[in-house]
Design a protein around this ligand. Sequence first.
Ligand code: NAD
Length: 338
Amino acid sequence: MNPPFQAVNVDCNFDYAYERERLSAAGITLVTQKSVSEEDIIAACTGADVVVVEGARTPITERVIQALPRCRLIVKYAVGVDNIDVAAATRAGIVVANAADYCTEEVSDHAVALLLASARRVVSMDRFVHAGNWAGYTRLHPLRRVSQLTLGLVGLGRIARATARKMAGFRMRMLAADPYLTGASNEPGVDLVSLETVLRESDLVSVHVPLTPETRGLINEAAFRSMKPTSVIVNTSRGPVIDQPALERALEEKWIAGAALDVVAEEPLPATSALRRFDQVILTPHAGADSIDSMSHVRRTVVTSIEAVARGHWPPFPVNPKATPRFPLRPWSEAASG
Ligand code: NAD
């Protein structure tokens, strides 16, 4: 007799009543673990049909993947899968899935909030007034009419397009760089140009690329030097996409005017980080995806993905759709999930 279909959550952080209820109704056992090292994960997952990942740093490396004899799906409670060796999973015939659309609204809202706060200097003015001041705020920075500014998007995927859609009301010129889009822009009102043009011509640059070997350090010293001295960079994607020492130098030497960062190279941001001392830097604690609504959405998507694979279907959001699964899967369909 086959052992029961088992999903192992290797880095659980909350209560899984919702997941357990739906999965047990589908005959799937959920095991929850707190595994931090490769060894812990390997030990926890020898009987796993599905490995469930929550954390951004949980190491789903090639070594771990090669030690998963039964695994057919690795699914993440997130969009970014940069801590999973997707190429190794593909070679092993394991499907990797994410929750691609669970927080598009939240992260784009967050990007818009950071863009507008940067353009209107909301945070430095707030600090100024809280410190007992009132008059004289213009010495902080000259302000520009937002409609006169150019918004530059690095990456034009789901979150960048939602950001553009929301910013369209401000009637800015909008540019985007995305080498994986061929032909015309996929978002009305956004011109597709090179990264060099985005950096050179934008007043507000908003970064929306996944972290890959190609995008690690994409916004480097040369990129900052090419930007306008009045420009601001906003990052709601992944910290290492920006070369942080180069950013600190750009801020120190005023190659650019400011930054607004939801993500940083090392998280949590060390107490001693130079970024904490710049008044022209807005910092939020990797909270862009957060809302009560996005959290229930991601939980639904993860359970749906596990159910689909248990029933012999592809999950709704495969990251490696060209993989040849070790156990053949039929195309995704709503009916594949309870
Ligand atoms: P997406 O896959 O829809 O879009 C990413 C886009 O980046 C794609 O269009 C792709 O072609 C493009 N791209 C890839 N490499 C590029 C490069 N070198 N230059 C320019 N463009 C490039 O993903 P999304 O839903 O828009 O999410 C983007 C990223 O945001 C995720 O990968 C994730 O790391 C991050 N994210 C952060 C949070 C947060 O809490 N702050 C939440 C969700 C997602």
